[in-house]
Design a protein around this ligand. Structure first.
Ligand code: CTP
Ligand code: MG
Length: 174
């Protein structure tokens, strides 16, 4: 039991910030339509580079939310610096992973907001994982922590998106 609690604790320390960050633009974008990162430009396949779903303001809102979460986690744990840096790096990795996913989604011909199962849920998770793994000053997930998230994240993602859809924050339940 101790092992499971430790696992969940490390999971939250690393991934809670990018999880909160990932959800923030969904809420934020209901009230403010941001500036597309790709500047409205098209790739050579005739499709948008990233699409209107990736904006500067949305990314910034995610960064702030993730950073605040990392700061709070740092304050309630012993060793502020490592926990804070881990959360911030994971947040940046998460935002990056989400943007990269949109790039490949467009290349595969999926419109902005179209569903691409697992990739939609795990883009930010894989980005966050990669970033903390290459960060020398960050906490690293064990294989079990990583696998735990691989299962839990899609379930949580679907659950929260469904709630956001029911609340009218999202137009589709994914
Ligand atoms: N969003 C944003 N900037 C980001 C990420 C998200 O503005 N960097 C906002 C957009 O309004 C987006 C919403 O948050 O529509 C939900 O994000 P996401 O599900 O990642 O985007 P999708 O609309 O599904 O677009 P895509 O198909 O490119 O994933
Ligand atoms: Mg999406």
């Amino acid at each position: 039991m101790d092992g499971l609690l430790d696992l969940i604790r490390l999971f939250l320390i690393i991934y809670l910030s990018p999880m909160i960050a990932n959800g923030t633009p969904v809420v934020y974008s209901r009230f403010y339509k941001g500036t597309p990162i790709d500047g409205g430009k098209y790739w050579r396949d005739g499709r948008r580079i990233l699409g209107d779903g990736k904006t500067f303001e949305g990314s910034l809102s995610a960064f702030i939310a993730g950073g605040l979460t990392a700061g709070l986690l740092g304050l309630v744990s012993n060793g502020f610096e490592t926990v804070f840096i881990t959360g911030v790096v994971a947040t940046i990795g998460g935002i990056t992973g989400d943007i990269i996913e949109s790039f490949f989604k467009r290349r595969l011909g999926y419109e902005r907001g179209a569903m691409l199962p697992l990739a939609d849920q795990l883009d930010f998770y894989l980005g966050a994982t990669l970033f903390v793994l290459v960060c020398g000053r960050c906490l690293h997930p064990s294989l079990y922590v990583f696998l735990f998230g691989l299962i839990v994240i899609p379930v949580l993602h679907y659950g929260t998106n469904y709630i956001a859809y029911k609340l009218g924050l999202k137009s589709v339940p994914w």
